[in-house]
Design a protein around this ligand. Structure first.
Ligand code: NDP
Length: 312
């Protein structure tokens, strides 16, 4: 692509599309590369009930279709393509995509999101959204009076287990060691909750039953004795951490020790002038669609002002 873009957006979750809507309406003619999972993490959840404006909820994939429709309505050009290499050492920046297109751009908005870590079990993906989830806040509501298992021993696992007790009749916390990694206060909350039972030294080693199209049971394996057992279950929540999708920028952008891009406090600007980050790739704390959208908006407004600063 020979022209130099005013702004290129990487990623098509709420952050990317919101940045696109704002940038397009500011006549910046944004181009957006949708990335490996078009629509982002919301496409793997079921119903979104906490996004303002949808009082009766909306299915995650449908919501992301609407985001895309709104972004393109104002002229965003969306490519179902993935940025695979970047050169941020000089302006215009260049981004080369998987299909071999090289984009030159004055500014870059990175909204590549984060991916929940999964156990890597063969049936896990097939049962995603059918009992397997990595987001209790998103999906907990669907487990009223059900029996659910949460895997992990960190703050997320304890928090999600506690949250799930609002709905589920019983929550098992599956911990692979004999200790929790979570902060003391989070541990105490989980351990004191009468609806939570901790299963120490256990791993979930299989999820059943794909033939029934939903989670019906799990295989647990004792990490020390190797003893296996099948337990009935309605849901499996993974809380073993998230990984920001920022490999492309390693060594170029300032990141924290987990790989989340560091932005100027209260802003979307990164340490490279003209490069902005929004959404979960720079947020390990809130990780909500609404906060991602908010930071996408911030990034686009900062881009607009940055360009004004360059061109007067
Ligand atoms: P963490 O990395 O802190 O914890 C991950 C947990 O998952 C660990 O207990 C780990 O076990 C376990 N685990 C990892 N891989 C596997 C596996 N393959 N099978 C079984 N268990 C596994 O991630 P979190 O998402 O909990 O937290 C991320 C950060 O966010 C932390 O800094 C945390 O403090 C923060 N946070 C804070 C909250 C709050 O303050 N309210 C809420 C949520 C998160 P092991 O211990 O054996 O390694």
């Amino acid at each position: 692509m020979s022209e130099t873009l005013k702004t290129l957006i990487l990623g098509s979750g709420p952050a990317g599309y919101t940045a696109a809507i704002y940038a397009a309406r500011a006549n910046l003619a944004p181009v957006l590369l949708a990335g490996r999972q078009p629509g982002g993490q919301l496409t793997i959840t079921s119903e979104v009930e906490n996004y303002p404006g949808f009082p009766h909820g909306i299915m995650g994939p449908e919501m992301m279709d609407k985001f895309r429709e709104q972004a393109t309505r104002f002229g965003t050009v969306v490519h179902d393509d993935i940025g695979v290499s970047v050169d941020l050492s000089k302006r215009p920046f260049t981004v080369t995509s998987e299909t071999g297109t090289t984009f030159r751009t004055e500014t870059l908005i990175i909204s590549t999101g984060a991916s929940a870590l999964y156990l890597g079990l063969p049936n896990e993906k097939a049962l995603q959204g059918r009992g397997v989830s990595a987001c209790a806040t998103c999906d907990g509501f669907f487990f009223k009076n059900k029996v659910v298992y949460v895997v992990g021993g960190g703050d997320s696992a304890c928090e999600e287990a506690n949250f799930l007790t609002k709905y589920a009749s019983k929550v098992f916390l599956v911990v692979r060691r004999e200790a929790l990694r979570a902060s003391k206060i989070m541990q105490d909350r989980a351990l004191r909750n009468p609806k939570i039972e901790v299963l120490w030294n256990q791993n979930v080693t299989d999820v059943l039953d794909v033939s029934k199209g939903k989670v019906t049971s799990l295989e647990l394996t004792h990490t020390k004795t190797g003893e296996k057992k099948i337990v009935p279950a309605d849901g499996l929540f993974l809380a073993i951490g998230h990984k920001p999708n920022t490999e492309l920028f390693q060594g170029v952008l300032t990141m924290d020790d987990k790989g989340y891009i560091k932005t100027v406090p209260g802003k979307a600007a990164t340490n490279v002038d003209g490069v902005f980050a929004a959404g979960d790739c720079q947020d390990s704390y809130y990780r909500q669609a609404i906060t991602a959208a908010g930071t996408g908006c911030m990034a686009a407004i900062e881009v607009e002002r940055w360009l004004e600063g360059q061109h007067g």
